[in-house]
Ligand binder design. Structure first.
Ligand code: M6R
Length: 369
């Protein structure tokens, strides 16, 4: 049932192009309009929404951090993303005009369930983004947009994450559509590119051998740091989470702009630092700032592992290891940038002799608070 792979995780990583395509299937029509019939919250209610709150845990929370950037940028509705386990304990401000999005692969995560129950008690509408038909979280929500990743067996989430991102992009674009947000060229390009994104994920998967070799060469390290900005920051957090779960290594993700506010003190000779570089075409200021961050850490001895778009030549002089990803619109980059980090963590875990699909101390779905 592992389809010829040694681990479910490898199989699930390989299934990502299909999972992404399946999650898009039938949801964007030929004219580029979104058809999300499952989102059974009336358009009149969606037009009145004045705040979006996303609640989730772990990897789903990282998807939510990226979703916040897309929702705010494309719809101009204020959006916050919060760890479900913190949410209801701080008396959050919610009312009938709040749309809560609960993201959960399993649909059974107790922290997320308790957060959405709290939100509904306060009168908020809840939309679930979920991978498991008929599970508790969608049952208790006002509406659900299913991700079509298929069953995810490995404890470490991979294909569910990519499909959560796709579903969140669709929700963001749909909100813009029903609210008549000005539909500029950027959004039209995003819709077009989304339709081709599965092929881009596939291209990344075809170039992973050097990433595996790099991972094996780092098997005796104690620490790996991850840096990113904007959508690259949650990707950095996700890369670090995968490494903790699978390789049992000390791994931390930082917003690259925070380096000089503390973390740069951690940099020492030969410390592996993975840097997720934003597209030089989108927010080019951020790109240039990250390139200087790479220079700074390299000058202090870090071994730089740079994930950058094809054609981005500015990073070449400062990259000890360069991992290329296809060019995408800025907000979609996590769909391709996360994949090498999954492969990296999986290979490191194997090299360290760890059980990939069932890491110690972890359960696939966390049904206690
Ligand atoms: O089923 P859920 O999406 O609600 O699960 C949330 C987290 O427990 C989950 O993403 C966890 O962080 C994964 N093991 C990460 O790989």
């Amino acid at each position: 049932e592992k389809g010829g792979y040694d681990y479910f995780m490898l199989k699930e990583i390989a299934e990502q192009p299909k999972a992404v395509a399946d999650t898009l299937l039938g949801r964007i029509d030929a004219s580029g309009l979104l058809t999300l019939d499952e989102v059974r919250i009336p358009a009149s209610v969606l037009r009145e929404v004045d705040k979006v709150v996303i609640v989730a845990c772990g990897t789903a929370y990282h998807a939510g951090m990226i979703a916040k950037l897309a929702i705010e940028h494309w719809t101009r509705i204020p959006c916050e993303t919060e760890l479900a386990s913190e949410f209801r304990y701080r008396d959050p401000i919610l009312d009938q005009r709040t749309l809560v999005i609960a993201i959960s692969q399993s649909g059974e995560t107790m922290d997320t369930l308790m957060a959405l129950r709290h939100a509904r008690e306060q009168g908020a509408r809840v939309l679930a983004v979920c991978n498991t038909n008929g599970s508790t979280i969608p049952r208790e929500s006002d509406a659900v947009l299913y991700t079509h990743a298929g069953p995810e067996v490995a404890v470490a989430s991979t294909k569910a994450f990519l499909t959560q991102l796709v579903a969140c992009y669709l929700v963001a674009l749909y909100l813009g559509q029903v609210r008549g947000t000005k539909w500029g060229d950027e959004i039209e390009a995003v819709i077009r590119e989304l339709s081709d994104i599965a092929a881009a994920v596939d291209r990344v998967l075809e170039t992973m051998e050097p990433v595996r070799a790099l991972a094996r060469s780092l098997a005796d390290k104690d620490t790996v740091l991850f840096l990113g900005r904007h959508v690259g920051y949650p990707v950095a957090l996700e890369g670090a989470l995968k490494l903790k779960e699978l390789a049992y290594m000390h791994a931390e993700g930082f917003a690259a702009g925070e380096l000089k506010h503390g973390p740069i003190a951690l940099i020492e000779e030969d410390l592996p630092v993975v840097v997720v570089v934003p597209s030089p075409r989108g927010r080019s200021v951020l790109h240039d700032k990250i390139v200087s961050n790479i220079q700074e850490i390299r000058a202090r001895g870090a071994r730089t592992i740079v994930i950058a778009e094809e054609g981005d030549e500015a990073v070449v002089p400062y990259a000890d290891h360069l991992i290329r990803i296809p060019a995408t619109p800025t907000l979609l980059q996590p769909l391709v940038a996360t994949v090498p980090l999954q492969v990296f963590a999986c290979e490191l875990a194997t090299a360290r002799g760890n059980e990939v699909d069932q890491p110690r101390n972890l359960a696939k779905s966390v049904t206690v608070e």
